[in-house]
Design a protein around this ligand. Structure first.
Ligand code: NDP
Ligand code: OXD
Length: 310
């Protein structure tokens, strides 16, 4: 008899996850929630969002593994009491997030965003290459992903600043912490990359007030969550010249509706929530480890602090 892991996601491929897990552990069966015959046989869940009826029918559930690094897509108050939740940390996700952050930073730094617009306008406007020393990059959220982004930018030669809730130390990165140090952090950056966890404290943190604290002509890259950004404030800050451009991967509504004003701003590059990508073949090892830990009643890897919200 195989042991059952429930799978629930409309965004991810159950077959790819099932194969990746079975390749390592043939005794484990990943079963899409629609195909579960006996809810009481389910020991563990791998999910982006829960099945429409919730999780209360799965009375022997020992642990939940989010199919992402973020958990804000789940209603943390609606999870079965006492069932622990872990977020996903994997090299495939970190690598893709770092690549995206580097690509977005270099594009703004070297003016490719401007040159793209000049190309369309048939304009030849020579400008010498800027110096990295004059282009400090700030990373909001220096946890697993933001920390890797900050280190990669430092290794490329940018002056890098980081901001987090609690004090952090990353070699070669000037670290700031807490709301009291946010203005000082923002004032020093030419480009800010948001990789924060989304919680009630960080929702709407990219707004008119924070844009006003940045240097005039700064850039914004959002790879955290759409709800971190007040989209109307960004458009207004771009129209006012306070923000020179933005690269946005996440939005308050996804898919971003075709009539959204963001599409009308040539200074904004939209990508469809593709910054980070998890490879099942790589992340299956963590899912299996957390399955084992959960059934043994041990703390899972990257367990979520439900009170803190991330
Ligand atoms: P971590 O939990 O490792 O890091 C979260 C960071 O946010 C930490 O540095 C934390 O501070 C900081 N933070 C949380 N609350 C506050 C606050 N009130 N003030 C200041 N800083 C705060 O998460 P990951 O790095 O793994 O992931 C970060 C986010 O990236 C995810 O939550 C998700 O939303 C997003 N993401 C987006 C993807 C995409 O494709 N666009 C893909 C994957 C993730 P501290 O260090 O002090 O705890
Ligand atoms: C995640 C995401 O949280 O893909 O992992 O957004």
């Amino acid at each position: 008899m195989k042991r059952i892991i429930l799978f629930s996601s409309d965004l991810d491929d159950p077959a790819a996850w099932g194969e990746a897990v079975a390749a390592r552990r043939p005794d484990l069966a990943m079963v899409d929630w629609r195909a579960i015959e006996d809810p009481e046989a389910v020991e563990f869940a791998l999910m982006w969002k829960p099945p429409p009826g919730g999780l209360s029918a799965y009375r022997n559930l020992k642990g939940i593994q989010s199919l992402g690094a973020g958990v804000n897509q789940l209603d943390l108050t609606a999870l079965p009491p006492g069932v622990p939740l872990a977020r996903l940390v994997d090299a495939s996700l970190t690598d893709t997030m770092v690549d995206y952050a580097l690509a977005a930073t270099l594009r703004h730094f070297r003016g490719f965003d401007r040159f793209e617009r000049q190309t369309r306008a048939r304009l030849w406007d020579y400008a010498p290459a800027p110096a990295k020393a004059d282009f400090p990059v700030g990373v909001m959220g220096i946890g697993v992903l933001g920390g890797a982004v900050a280190a990669a930018l430092r290794d490329l030669g940018f002056p890098v600043l980081g901001w987090s809730r609690t004090a952090r130390a990353i070699e070669g990165v000037q670290c700031f912490a807490g709301t009291g140090e946010l203005p000082d952090f923002l004032a020093r950056c030419r480009l800010v990359i948001n990789v924060l966890a989304l919680t009630p404290e960080t929702a709407g943190i990219l707004n008119a007030g924070t844009f006003a604290l940045m240097q005039k002509g700064s850039f914004v890259v959002n790879i955290g969550r759409g709800a971190h950004l007040v989209e109307a404030d960004l458009i207004a800050a771009i129209e006012a010249g306070q923000i020179a451009g933005a690269t946005l991967d996440v939005f308050s509504e996804e898919p971003l509706p075709a009539d959204h004003p963001i599409y009308g701003r040539p200074e904004i590059l939209v990508t469809p929530h593709v910054a980070g990508s998890i490879a099942p073949s790589s992340a299956a090892a963590t899912v299996i480890e957390n399955f084992e830990r959960a059934v043994r009643g041990e703390t899972m890897l990257n367990a979520v602090d439900l009170a803190r919200g991330y």
